[in-house]
Design a protein. Structure first.
Lengths: 471, 216
């Protein structure tokens, strides 16, 4: 039997077995940001340790940055202190920092792939659970806590327990209006938010293989929402074409060497897996995660579940979701009024996401009662969007066009829900309070579905919104 | 260089139960309280939005109940600590006074974060956690005694075995749960492993165009 990519990358990066029985793995790329790194730098200072490989460490600022007024100092003094700490720490340790004036700043999981820092066969760590995103390039990318950020800064390694691998095959064909966001929401709904505990998810099969890189990044991004700390897709021609020419990717003869390595790091055709799961994309419709975890999701034409239909295991969390949302069991999700529409985040803040959304709003207007927000995932995405005239399309449709950052995904910056607002959101989590208001309600969906909801003023079926026409 | 962390062999004290599956780290500590450069003041924000309602009034959350004040052991259900990797969550619980968490299952990043700060995450079966929760809710003064070496938990007359991943048990029992020191001991092997990597030796990052603060 052959080996899967996880096994190959693990063996390649293994430094040694630790006395605890865990493996010590070398980390090829360490990405840091302002929220989970200051305490780690303080721990280093306390112990008189230096950063072992500043040249394999890259920093940006994303969680706390305002997306409207980025004039310094920030109005929020706590946010200002956090960006200053990052500026100080990166400058002191010689760590490259993609700051607000670099033209390269953005959400950490957008810029890693975009700059060509994230490459196949690498181990990647970042103090953020959505680090799984980078697995779309064929890397093993691991979300870590702050003590582990300290470990990587000081040693460029992590102590890790081995992971099992579940191969997830997506077969069939995606219908128009159905996106990779819908694939991953459906996978999580089927396998559950705890289904991935102890596993890395390897996504493959005909549908995944035909997806462009940005759509793949969306899938791997939400692996963690299914409980899988790691998700990845084997590198293929799509991967190589995506990487070639990017800023940090080797050029010329070195690129050819790199491509040779990337090809052989992919899972062998006869690779062994600990588990397998298959999804048929033919039956997939646009999905909406309506509850208080991303696994509580239904197709746009479905009704919300009746409590008595559910397994006892799921019932309690669904009951809690109804208590929070005040949605009615059995109500159709389509037609649910929304107050806010948010397009952005590390899940869906890339140029292809903005193009899809812009295509749906062009020539239309957001409903009057809806506050609609488009937040590019990085300064490079913003620049590209501007070159394509997307900001004008969104503004004419009544959307606010913002600057790059995490924005309304997580309630750490001025973009937050107010009271019990209902938000159609292209982000990744609908946890209670996630978007900054403890009473706020989040409906997760694809960016095109958010665009459709913004125009309709309620949850709508994007398949009824042709591109650039009248509904 | 301060390296020593204490051995953790036993935890004794009262317990508090927070019921529910899939309790995410946003619920354990809302993101708005993470705008801090240190973890020092986080204890007060544990379960903040569960403990206070929209008008700021205290709720009947178990962390608000005086009879559970001073509890050292937190009892939970399945997939506790899912979602965001924020170490702020276990740091807040530790600063609230929690020294061990007993549950049906834990999200992986959360369990790793707990281990890294010396808070064991112990796994027990669904009937056992139910019995423990009922007992603690009925008699909050019940003393729990957790012995990591024998993997046993005693709560009043109720005695049970728990599962603790071998790696977590070893680092807690030997006092090496602060991993940096252990990892650094392999420095030569770290450098050797790096030197073998194709992307380090054969095709490193292209840095010719980069001009960034920090001097890439």
């Amino acid at each position: 039997m052959g080996k899967n990519l996880l096994r190959k990358v693990w063996e390649l990066h293994k430094v040694r077995t630790l006395p605890s029985g865990q493996d010590q793995l070398y980390i090829g790329l360490h990405l840091i940001h302002e929220v989970t790194s200051p305490q780690a730098f303080a721990m280093l200072a306390e112990r008189g340790l230096k950063v072992l490989h500043p040249e394999r460490t890259f920093a940006t600022v994303d969680h706390i940055v305002p997306t409207d007024d980025q004039y310094r100092p920030f109005k929020d003094d706590l946010a200002e202190q956090m960006i200053r700490a990052l500026e100080r720490n990166t400058s002191k340790h010689g760590i490259p920092f993609f700051g607000l004036d670099s033209g390269l700043q953005g959400i950490v999981h957008i810029i890693g792939p975009e700059l060509g820092l994230s490459q196949p066969g690498m181990t990647i760590a970042c103090g953020d659970s959505h680090t799984s995103t980078h697995g779309a390039l064929g890397a093993i990318a691991i979300g870590i806590g702050t003590s582990q950020v300290r470990d990587v800064l000081a040693t460029q390694t992590l102590a890790l327990n081995p992971l099992k691998v579940r191969r997830i095959e997506v077969r069939g064909r995606l219908s128009p209006g159905v996106y990779s966001k819908d694939i991953i929401l459906r996978i999580i709904a089927e396998l559950g938010v705890k289904g991935g505990l102890g596993y890395a998810y390897e996504y493959g099969g005909p549908v995944i293989e035909t997806l462009p890189m940005e759509a793949r990044l969306t899938i791997c991004n939400m692996s963690i929402e299914g409980g899988a700390r790691v998700g990845y897709i084997n590198p293929d021609q799509v991967t190589f074409d995506y990487l070639e020419g990017r800023r940090f990717v080797p050029k010329g003869a070195e690129y050819r060497k790199a491509a040779g390595f990337w090809k052989q790091i992919a899972s062998d055709a006869d690779a062994e897996y600990d588990d397998r799961f298959q999804l048929d994309a033919d039956t997939l419709e646009p999905m909406i995660a309506w509850g208080i975890n991303p696994g509580q999701a239904v197709g746009v034409d479905q009704r919300l579940p009746m409590l008595k239909e559910l397994k006892e295991e799921e019932r309690e969390a669904v009951e809690m979701a109804y208590n929070h949302s005040r949605f009615r069991p059995g109500q159709p999700i389509k037609g649910q009024k929304i107050d806010v529409a948010f397009i952005g985040s590390c899940t869906n803040g890339r140029i292809s996401d903005l193009r899809e959304a812009a295509g749906r709003v062009k020539g239309r207007k957001a409903a009057k009662h809806v506050k609609a927000l488009v937040v590019p995932g990085s300064q490079a995405v913003a620049e590209q969007a501007a070159a394509e005239g997307l900001p004008e399309i969104f503004r004419e449709a009544g959307f606010q066009w913002r600057q790059a950052g995490c924005s309304m995904c997580l309630g750490m910056n001025p973009d937050v829900l107010v009271g019990d607002q209902v938000c159609a959101s292209s982000s990744n989590r609908n946890f209670i309070g996630r978007q900054g208001s403890p009473q706020g309600r989040t409906l997760l969906m694809s960016p095109a579905m958010v665009a459709a909801a913004a125009v309709a003023g309620e949850v709508a079926d994007v398949r009824e919104f042709s591109r650039g026409g009248k509904a | 260089m301060s390296t020593s962390t204490a051995q953790i062999r036993e935890i004794s004290g009262r317990a508090v139960a927070v019921r529910g599956n899939d309790v995410d780290t946003d619920r354990i500590i809302p993101a708005r309280y993470m705008k801090e450069l240190t973890f020092d003041s986080l204890g007060q924000y544990s379960f903040y939005d569960q403990r206070f309602d929209a008008s700021g009034k205290t709720t009947d959350h178990p962390f608000n109940e005086s009879r559970h004040r001073g509890a050292k052991v937190l009892l939970v259900n399945k997939n506790f600590g899912c979602g965001s990797s924020r170490e702020h969550a276990p740091q807040a619980l530790k600063r609230w006074g929690i020294r061990a968490i007993v549950g049906e299952s834990f999200a992986e990043i959360f369990a790793g974060n707990c281990s890294a700060i010396g808070v064991p995450t112990l796994t027990v079966g669904p009937e056992e956690i139910d019995q423990l929760m009922k007992q603690v809710e009925a008699e909050p003064d019940t003393q729990l005694h957790i012995d990591l070496e024998s993997r046993t938990l005693q709560a009043g007359d109720f005695r049970l075995s728990f599962y603790l991943p071998e790696s977590q048990a070893r680092v807690l029992l030997s006092g090496t749960w602060d991993t940096t020191t252990t990892l650094l001991e392999g420095l030569e092997q770290i450098q050797a492993a790096a030197a073998r990597l194709p992307y380090v030796k054969d095709f490193p990052y292209d840095r010719c165009e980069v001009d960034l603060p920090g001097g890439a």
